[in-house]
Design a protein around this ligand. Sequence first.
Ligand SMILES: Nc1ncnc2c1ncn2[C@@H]1O[C@H](COP(=O)(O)OP(=O)(O)OP(=O)(O)O)[C@@H](O)[C@H]1O
Ligand SMILES: *[C@@H]1O[C@H](CO)[C@@H](O)[C@H](O)[C@H]1NC(C)=O
Length: 312
Amino acid sequence: MMTEEAFDVIVVGSCMTDLVSQSPRLPKEGETIHGRNFFIGFGGKGANQCVQAARLGAKTAMVAKVGKDSFGDGYLRNFKDNGVHAGFVGQSPDAATGVASITVTDAGQNAIVIVAGANALLSEKELGEALPAIASAKVLLCQLEIAPQTSLRALRMAKEKKVTTIFNPAPAMADLDPDFYRLSDVFCCNETEAELLTGRPADTAEEAERAGRELLRRGCGAVVVTLGARGCLVLKSANAAESLPATPVAALDTTGAGDSFIGALAFYMARYPQMQLGEMARRAGHVAAASVRAMGTQSSYPHKGDLAGELF
Ligand SMILES: Nc1ncnc2c1ncn2[C@@H]1O[C@H](COP(=O)(O)OP(=O)(O)OP(=O)(O)O)[C@@H](O)[C@H]1O
Ligand SMILES: *[C@@H]1O[C@H](CO)[C@@H](O)[C@H](O)[C@H]1NC(C)=O
């Protein structure tokens, strides 16, 4: 089957429903306590990044798996509401939609149980169905919240078709298949992931640069290391490292800032292919900074109209 529309950004990745309870403290083993507030949010690194790219104006598609249950139905509606093409999002009768059950205390502590559920069933079959769309896309974006082999396969498919790839090795895993580096045009990680992957500290600017160079040597086209409120570092082999400071903002909730940054980076790579990577990262930092000024994950992600015109 051929798709007529060429997508700017295709994400092969996860969808999770966040079940968030606020309580005075964390319950002890065997204990039941009363919480104050409860809300259901849309999360999962793959879907977060896809939604951020879509809100900036990218034509996006998601390749994912949810359960044939009410959370799965809700997630499909969320993609529709955000203008994300969900024709490659399957609903499996064999597993529940991925969930993150989150308890947040008034003091800001949290305890989280994640069940990957249907995300773990995303396989070659679904990728095969999406192949024509992947082949004609501008950018393919993957993370590690689905089976690593599925992400690897998606990156391979994209590279074979000369589609630009972005890989975000999150959540971090120590023994990453070396092919991930070679298949990444841009390898974008945070400092924790850089440390785990290189076995070196990445706390200071010098350490982060050394870790980034090590990742670059493993075969990526470029490396971006995000450093939270300190901004990010961009490395390309021939060039000196570029350090882009973060936009100073009154941070309210930094959850999901990394996904906002990566979704924005994918948007710029697809829509402004001539722009320097450092400039794209600078702009993605502005987008992510806007996201930390509001509560929640996807609920905090800015739309194009919320942002300064100079970013477009
Ligand atoms: N407090 C902040 N003020 C301004 N910008 C921020 C702040 N925190 C994060 N950012 C922006 O978001 C980008 C990504 O943040 P970070 O490095 O914390 O990612 P992350 O650790 O993957 O995030 P998370 O796991 O919290 O979603 C940073 O490079 C920066 O541009
Ligand atoms: C980096 O991302 C990981 C998920 O892979 C997360 O657990 C960790 O807290 C993040 N690190 C920082 C410094 O935000």
